[in-house]
Ligand binder design. Structure first.
Ligand code: AMP
Length: 709
C-alpha cells in the first residue's frame, strides 16, 4: 500500500525544537539576552554603557539603539587587526558580507562558530516546514488519484481479496476454490455479523485464523455495536492497520487546505484509552481508538502536536485523564489552533468537566501544583512539567472568562486562536450540534471522517460545510463496497430495505439522492458484510461518491458510542415490567428518547401505566419504580454499562405520564399525516413537539440509582 513519506527522526526532532522555541519564546529571549550580556559586558563597546554590569535592566536603559554606522569603527578596527574582543567576547571566525552598504562599502557582520550553528539550525527548520508542505500536497494529490481511479481500485481490491482468501474455509463453501469476481457476486451471501460470528468465536478460542482470512490476525477491533449483548470482534491485520494509518494521513492535508496557520500551533485533541481485553487464545481485543492512540503512528505523529501529554492520554483512569488533558490545554491555551475529539459527545463532556473543575484548574495554575487527587504518576509528572511554576496571570485570565455569566463562545475565549472544533457531528452525534454551536459561537464544526471498527469508509473533503450538509467521500482503498437500495419513508422514523432481491450496486454506480445500506468486503475476513448503516448519495468527488450518513439501522437510543436498538429496549422493558406485575400494574404504552439537554445525557422512558383491574391511576412505589429503572439498564449491553459506569451516561429516567397521553401522541402523528389504520407508537420520539406532548403530561418520574453496575 502506498504510503505518504513518514517523518524521519531528524524531522521530528526539528519539529519538537520548533515547538519548544515558539512555546517558550519569551523565556528563550530573556535567557538569550542574559547570555549575551554575561559574555560581552566586559567588551570595550559595552563597557562604555554598562560599566561592567551584566544586567538586563541597565542594558535596556543605557545601551543606545544604533545603526551599522555607529559600530563600523569597531568593525574596521577588527578588520585591521585589533582583537575582536573590543566588540564581542567570542572569536570571530569570519565576516558575513551584508547586501546592505555603508558609504558604498559592503557591511561586515561578525560571525562566530555559534552563530553559524544557529544559522544551520534555522535552515534545517525551514526544510522541515517545506517537507510538511510537500507532504500535504502529496496527500491532496493522493486523494485525487484515489477518487479519480475509484472504479479500477475497487476492482483490483476485490481481485486481491479473492486471490488471497478463496481457499479459506468460509469462502470455499461458496466459491469452490474459484477466485472469480462473478462467482463471488453470484454465490457469496450478504450477511450480518451473526453469520460470521461462529468463525470469529472459533478463532478467538484458538483455531487458526485462516478458516476466515488468509492473513494472520494481529488483534481484534472491538466494535461498539453488539451481537447478542456482546461486543463484536472485527479482525485486524498488520496490513489493514497500515491502510487505516495511511488514510488518516489524508485528513491533515484537507484541513491545511481550508485553514491557515495550523502548523504554527497545537490541537487540544481529547483522547482516551481502554484497558486491553484478551480472547481465550490470547489475541488482544480493543477499540480502534485505543489501538491507534497506543501506536507509534499516533505518538510520533498527531500525538506530538496535541496539548495533551501522551501520559495523560494513556492513563486508564478516564477521570484523571480528562482532568489533566483539559488542564494541559488551558496551560497552553495560546497555542491551540483547533480543539476536538473523535465524537461530539466527548467535546460536550469536556465542557461539563470545565464547568465542574474550572476553579480547581485555576488554583492548580495559580499555585503551580496539580491537585493531590491526580495520583497517576504519568499524569502527575507530565502536568507538573507543563505547569513549570505558579502562573497567577494565566489563572486570572481563565478565571475571568469562566466567571462570566454566559458561557456562549467559551471556546473562542479560552482558546483564542482556535479555528475549528473537530468531531463527528453526524448521525447520533447531531444531537450535540446546538450545544457545540453555543460554546463555539461561530467556530465551524468539522466532522472529518466516517468509519468504524471495520475500516475508514470516507473523508469529508469539504470541512467547512454546514453540519446538515456534511457528506463523506468514500475511499476505494479501505474496502470493496456494495450498496443495497433502501426505501426511506419521507419523514418517518425508520428506513426500510425496499428491494431485497435487487443486485447490490457498486461504489461508482450509486445514484444521486438514493438511499443505500452499506455492505463491505475486506481483506480481514468480512465478505459482503452489512455494516448496518443507511447512507444517502449527496454528490461525487471525481468518480467517488459522497454519502450523507442517514442512520444506524435499528438504533433508537444513543448518548455516546452506545447503540441501543428497538429490540434491545423491548427486551429490557419486558424484564423490568415483570416487577410491576406483583403490584397489579400493567404498562399500556411506552416510548423513549435520548435526553442530551444536560451533560451527561440519559435515556428517558415514558410509561403509561394502568391497574390490571379498574381504571384507577396506579399507586406507584418509589422503590419498585427505581428497581424498574435499574432492571432496564441491567438488560442493556456492555457498552451502555461501561459508559454508564464511567458517568458518560447519566442514570436512566422513567417518566410516568397521565392516562390518555399516548392517545394525544397518536393524534399528533395523525395530524402530521400518519394513517390511523397503520399507526404504531414509535419506540423513540425525535420531534420536539412530540416530546412536549409527553413532557407536559408527566405525573411522576424515577431514576436509576447512581451506581448500579
Ligand atoms: P464502531 O464499529 O464502534 O467504531 O462504530 C462504527 C459506527 O459508528 C458506524 O458504523 C456508524 O454507525 C457510526 N459512525 C462512525 N462514524 C460516523 C460518522 N462520521 N457519522 C455518523 N455515524 C458514524
Amino acid at each position: 500500500m502506498a504510503s505518504i513519506q513518514i517523518e524521519t527522526k531528524e524531522h521530528e526532532d526539528g519539529w519538537q525544537k520548533l515547538e519548544e522555541l515558539t512555546m517558550n519564546a519569551h523565556q528563550v529571549q530573556e535567557k538569550l539576552l542574559e547570555k549575551i550580556l554575561k559574555r560581552n559586558a566586559g567588551t570595550e563597546y559595552l563597557r562604555g554603557f554598562l560599566n561592567g554590569q551584566a544586567d538586563k535592566n541597565v542594558f535596556r536603559e543605557k545601551v543606545p539603539i544604533v545603526t551599522y554606522e555607529d559600530i563600523k569603527p569597531y568593525i574596521d578596527r577588527i578588520v585591521n587587526g585589533e582583537p575582536s574582543d573590543i566588540l564581542l567576547a567570542d572569536p570571530i571566525l569570519e565576516f558575513m558580507q551584508s547586501s546592505g552598504t555603508s558609504g558604498g562599502q559592503p557591511k561586515f557582520v561578525p560571525s562566530t562558530a555559534e552563530t553559524l550553528e544557529h544559522m544551520t539550525f534555522a535552515l534545517t527548520l525551514r526544510d522541515h516546514l517545506m517537507q510538511r508542505t510537500m507532504e500535504f500536497e502529496d496527500g491532496l494529490q493522493k486523494l485525487e488519484e484515489l477518487t479519480i481511479n475509484a472504479s479500477q481500485i475497487q476492482e483490483k481490491l476485490l481481485e486481491e481479496i479473492l486471490k488471497r482468501n478463496a481457499e479459506t474455509e468460509y469462502l470455499r463453501g461458496f466459491l469452490n476454490g474459484q477466485a472469480e469476481k462473478q462467482v463471488f457476486k453470484k454465490n457469496v451471501p450478504i450477511v450480518t455479523y451473526e453469520e460470521i460470528r461462529p468463525y470469529i468465536d472459533r478463532i478467538a478460542n484458538g483455531e487458526p485464523s485462516h478458516i476466515l482470512l488468509a492473513d494472520p490476525i494481529v488483534e481484534f477491533m472491538l466494535s461498539s455495536g453488539t451481537s447478542g449483548g456482546k461486543p463484536k470482534l472485527i479482525p485486524s491485520t498488520a496490513e489493514s492497520f497500515e491502510t487505516r494509518m495511511f488514510e488518516s494521513t489524508l485528513v491533515d492535508p484537507l484541513m491545511h487546505k481550508h485553514f491557515d496557520g495550523l502548523e504554527k500551533g497545537k490541537h487540544m485533541y481529547l483522547a482516551f484509552v481502554k484497558p486491553d481485553n484478551e480472547t481465550p487464545c490470547g489475541l488482544k481485543a480493543n477499540f480502534f481508538s485505543t489501538i491507534w492512540f497506543n501506536s507509534n503512528s499516533f505518538k510520533n505523529g498527531w500525538g506530538k502536536d496535541c496539548t495533551s501529554p501522551i501520559e495523560t492520554i494513556l492513563c486508564l483512569d478516564n477521570k484523571q485523564s480528562m482532568y489533566c488533558q483539559l488542564l494541559a490545554s488551558l496551560i497552553q491555551r495560546d497555542q491551540v489552533v483547533w480543539i476536538g475529539s473523535i465524537f461530539a459527545s466527548v467535546v460536550a463532556m469536556s465542557i461539563k468537566n470545565l464547568q465542574d473543575y474550572w476553579k480547581e484548574f485555576c488554583l492548580n495554575i495559580r499555585t503551580g501544583h496539580v491537585s493531590d487527587w491526580i495520583s497517576d504518576p504519568g499524569c502527575k509528572n507530565a502536568i507538573s512539567s507543563l505547569l513549570k511554576g505558579p502562573n497567577p496571570e494565566l489563572a486570572d485570565a481563565i478565571e475571568h472568562i469562566c466567571n462570566d455569566q454566559s458561557w456562549k463562545g467559551l471556546v473562542k475565549r479560552l482558546w483564542p486562536k482556535a479555528k475549528y472544533i473537530s468531531c463527528i457531528v453526524t448521525g447520533s452525534m447531531s444531537q450535540y450540534i446546538s450545544l457545540l454551536d453555543f460554546y463555539g459561537d461561530g467556530i465551524p464544526l468539522v466532522s472529518t471522517f466516517y468509519g468504524g471498527s471495520e475500516a475508514t469508509f470516507g473523508l469529508n473533503v469539504n470541512p467547512l460545510s454546514k453540519p446538515s450538509d456534511i457528506s463523506y467521500t468514500f475511499l476505494p482503498t479501505s474496502a470493496y463496497f456494495e450498496f443495497l437500495p433502501v426505501n426511506k419513508d419521507g419523514d418517518g422514523e425508520k428506513a426500510h430495505q425496499g428491494f431485497p432481491f435487487d443486485d447490490p450496486i457498486h461504489l461508482v454506480n450509486v445514484k444521486l439522492g438514493q438511499y443505500y445500506e452499506l455492505v463491505i468486503t475486506t481483506l480481514t475476513g468480512l465478505y459482503r458484510y452489512k455494516v448496518e448503516d443507511v447512507l444517502k448519495v449527496a454528490g461525487f468527488y471525481n468518480k467517488s461518491p459522497q454519502f450523507k450518513f442517514v442512520e444506524r439501522q435499528n438504533m433508537i437510543l444513543s448518548i455516546d458510542v452506545d447503540k441501543t436498538s428497538e429490540a434491545d429496549l423491548l427486551k429490557a422493558m419486558e424484564n423490568a415490567t415483570l416487577l410491576l406485575d406483583s403490584h397489579g400494574i400493567v404498562l399500556t404504552s411506552y416510548t423513549s428518547y435520548s435526553d442530551t439537554s444536560l451533560t451527561p445525557g440519559r435515556y428517558v422512558l415514558f410509561w403509561e401505566l394502568k391497574m390490571k383491574e379498574g381504571d384507577d391511576f396506579p399507586k406507584l412505589h418509589q422503590l419498585t419504580m427505581e428497581q424498574c429503572c435499574s432492571r432496564v439498564e441491567n438488560s442493556f449491553d456492555f457498552m451502555y454499562k461501561s459508559l454508564r459506569n464511567n458517568n458518560t451516561i447519566a442514570p436512566l429516567e422513567i417518566r410516568v405520564v397521565e392516562h390518555g397521553t399516548f392517545d394525544a401522541l397518536m393524534d399528533f402523528y395523525v395530524s402530521k399525516g400518519a394513517s390511523i389504520a397503520q399507526y404504531k407508537t414509535p419506540s423513540c420520539v425525535k420531534s420536539e413537539e412530540a416530546k412536549n406532548i409527553l413532557n407536559s403530561r408527566v405525573v411522576a418520574n424515577f431514576f436509576s440509582p447512581k451506581n448500579i453496575f
